[in-house]
Design a protein around this ligand. Structure first.
Ligand SMILES: Cc1cc2nc3c(=O)[nH]c(=O)nc-3n(C[C@H](O)[C@H](O)[C@H](O)COP(=O)(O)OP(=O)(O)OC[C@H]3O[C@@H](n4cnc5c(N)ncnc54)[C@H](O)[C@@H]3O)c2cc1C
Length: 463
C-alpha cells in the first residue's frame, strides 16, 4: 500500500494497522459505508503483535471477577458477553469474507502445574455461574485434563468452550485486504508524528474540554503529509507508551516470546491433543501452547522483560536467552519432543494497563480516542474494542459506546525510571515465587511479599 504524500481529508482517521485499528476501520465502514476512512500505519498492517501473537482468541470469562469488582455485575457481564460476541464476529468475518485465518473453535484449557495453582479458576467459575453463564468455565479433574492433552506437568484444570484459535498473520493480512475492498484508504510506512486538534471545526467547550469530546476535528501529521479528519482513533499498541506517547502514564509494556516446533502430529496423537484446544498454565506470567493445522506446537511465555520507553516501536525484540529458556520449558511439558526441531521463534511487546483490562481514553486532540492495554489478550477483544471505537468516532450513543472500558481517567503507572525499576523488581519476584511453587518449595518470604505490592497499591496482575 502507498505511503501518505500530501494532504487528504477524511471523516475518520485511524492511526495504527494492528487488529484494533483495522477492526475499528472495518466497523466504521459497516456502520456507515459512506464514511471516508483513512488508516495510517507506520510499517505494514499487522507488522506489530497483531501479526505475530499466540493466536489465542479468548473470551474474557477469566477476567470476569476482576471486571465485576471494577464495573459491577452489569458492567462486567456486558464486557464479557461483548468479548464472546467478538469471537463469533471474527468467525463470521472469516467465513463471509473468505479469509482463511485457520479459525478453529477448540476451546481454551487452563491447567494447574503446581499445588499452589490448583483451583485458581474456581473464582471465575463461581462468578460465571452466579451471573447466569454457568457453562462458560467448566472445571476438570486431572484425568479430564489428560483426556484433552496429557503432560506430566498438568494437574487439574478448567475448560472454556467459547475460545478459538487463529493464525495471527493470516487474520491481519486478510483484514487488511478486505478493508481495501470496502474502500478504506490505507497508507503504510507512514508513521504519525503529531495528532493535533483542529480548532477550525467546533471549538472546545470551556475548561472541561481536555478530557472530553470537544466536537472539534483532528489532524494527523506524517513526514510526507497530513490527514485532516472529523475524528481520530489511535490504536498504536505499546507505542502509545513511548516518551511523548498519549498513554505513557497509563501503560506498562512487557514482552512475550514464542517458539514453534517442526510438525509433530504423531506426538499430538500420542498425548491426545487433537481437539485444537489452546492451553495455558495458571501462573501470573503464563506459559501458553497451541497446535497448528500441520501438527506443530506453538509455545510462548508471557513473562518477558519490561520494556523501556525507547524500545517501544512495536518491533520484535527477540531476546535469545528468553527464547532458549522458553524452548527448554516446552520440552519439560512434553518430553516426547526430545530430538524434535524448533523451526521458528519470535516475540514482541505486550501492552498492559494497571487494571489488566483494555482501556479507551478520550484524547485532548479534539474528537480522538486511544485504545490499548489488552495485557496479552487482545486477539478476540480487539474486535470488541474496535467496535466501540467506531461508535465513538461516529458519535453513536449506542451500547458498544457505553461499555465501561471507555475510561476518561484511567489509573496511572509511576513515572520513569521508578516504573521500570518497580516493574522489573516485581516481575523478577513473580518469576522466582512461581518457580519455587512449581518445584514444590516455599517461596522466599521477602519475594512473596514483593509480589503482593501491586495489589496493595491497586494494580491488577494476572487475569
Ligand atoms: C508474542 C505475543 C504473543 C501474544 N499472544 C496472544 C494471544 O495468543 N492471544 C491474545 O489475545 N493476545 C496475544 N498477544 C497480544 C495481542 O497480540 C495484542 O493484544 C494485539 O495484537 C493488540 O493489537 P493492537 O492493534 O492494539 O496493537 P498492535 O498489534 O501493536 O498494532 C499497533 C500498530 O500501530 C502501528 N504504529 C505504532 N506507532 C504508530 C504511529 N506513530 N503511526 C502509525 N502507526 C503506528 C504499529 O506498527 C502496529 O502495526 C500476544 C502478543 C505478543 C507480543
Amino acid at each position: 500500500m502507498p505511503e501518505l504524500v500530501g494532504d487528504v481529508s477524511a471523516d475518520v482517521l485511524v492511526v495504527g494497522g494492528g487488529y484494533t485499528g483495522m477492526w475499528a476501520a472495518w466497523h466504521l465502514k459497516q456502520l456507515d459505508p459512506e464514511a471516508r476512512v483513512v488508516l495510517l500505519e507506520s510499517e505494514v498492517c499487522g507488522h506489530g503483535p497483531s501479526g505475530r501473537n499466540g493466536g489465542f482468541c479468548n473470551v474474557m470469562w477469566f477476567s470476569l471477577p476482576n471486571m465485576r469488582q471494577r464495573w459491577g455485575d452489569a458492567g462486567g457481564l456486558a464486557v464479557a458477553r461483548a468479548s464472546r460476541e467478538a469471537i463469533a464476529g471474527i468467525e463470521s468475518f472469516c467465513r463471509e469474507q473468505e479469509v482463511d485465518a485457520w479459525f478453529r473453535r477448540g476451546g481454551y484449557l487452563q491447567v494447574s502445574t503446581a499445588p499452589a495453582h490448583d483451583g485458581i479458576w474456581n473464582e471465575a467459575s463461581a462468578v460465571c455461574r452466579e451471573l447466569g453463564e454457568g457453562d462458560a468455565v467448566q472445571p476438570l479433574s486431572p484425568s479430564g485434563v489428560a483426556e484433552r492433552c496429557a503432560s506430566p506437568a498438568f494437574r487439574a484444570g478448567a475448560f472454556y468452550p467459547d475460545a478459538a484459535t487463529v493464525q495471527p498473520a493470516r487474520l491481519a493480512l486478510g483484514l487488511r485486504a478486505r478493508l481495501r475492498e470496502v474502500g478504506v484508504h490505507i497508507y503504510e510506512r507512514s508513521p504519525v508524528r503529531r495528532l493535533v486538534a483542529d480548532c477550525s471545526f467546533v471549538p472546545p467547550i470551556g475548561g472541561k474540554s481536555l478530557q472530553h469530546r470537544t466536537g472539534g476535528g483532528v489532524t494527523g501529521h506524517t513526514e510526507g503529509g497530513a490527514v485532516r479528519a472529523g475524528a481520530a482513533v489511535l490504536a498504536i499498541g505499546g507505542a502509545a507508551k513511548a516518551p511523548g506517547g498519549p498513554l505513557r502514564s497509563a501503560l506498562t509494556v512487557t514482552s512475550s516470546h514464542i517458539v514453534l516446533t517442526e510438525p509433530v502430529p504423531d506426538l499430538l496423537e500420542e498425548i491426545g491433543w487433537t481437539g485444537g484446544e489452546c492451553i495455558t498454565d495458571s501462573r501470573t506470567l503464563i506459559d501458553y501452547f497451541r497446535t497448528t493445522p500441520d501438527g506443530r506446537i506453538a509455545f510462548g511465555w508471557g513473562g518477558g522483560r519490561i520494556e523501556m520507553g525507547a524500545r517501544l516501536g512495536g518491533r520484535a525484540e527477540l531476546a535469545p536467552d528468553v527464547v532458549a529458556a522458553t524452548a527448554d520449558r516446552l520440552r519439560e511439558y512434553f518430553p516426547g519432543l526430545a530430538g524434535r526441531r524448533l523451526t521458528h521463534a519470535w516475540g514482541g511487546p505486550v501492552d498492559a494497563s494497571p487494571t489488566h483490562l483494555p482501556i479507551i481514553v478520550p484524547l485532548p486532540a479534539g474528537n480522538a480516542f486511544a485504545a490499548a492495554g489488552y495485557t496479552g489478550n487482545g486477539v478476540g477483544p480487539s474486535y470488541m474494542v474496535g467496535r466501540t471505537l467506531a461508535s465513538l468516532a461516529l458519535d453513536r450513543r449506542d451500547e458498544p459506546s457505553r461499555l465501561p472500558f471507555v475510561d476518561p481517567s484511567p489509573r496511572h503507572v509511576p513515572p520513569e525510571p521508578f516504573h521500570w525499576l518497580g516493574g522489573e523488581t516485581i516481575r523478577r519476584a513473580l518469576v522466582s515465587k512461581e518457580n519455587a511453587e512449581l518445584s514444590g518449595r516455599r517461596p522466599n518470604p521477602v519475594t512473596a511479599l514483593l509480589t503482593k505490592i501491586p495489589r496493595l497499591i491497586g494494580f491488577h496482575i494476572g487475569r
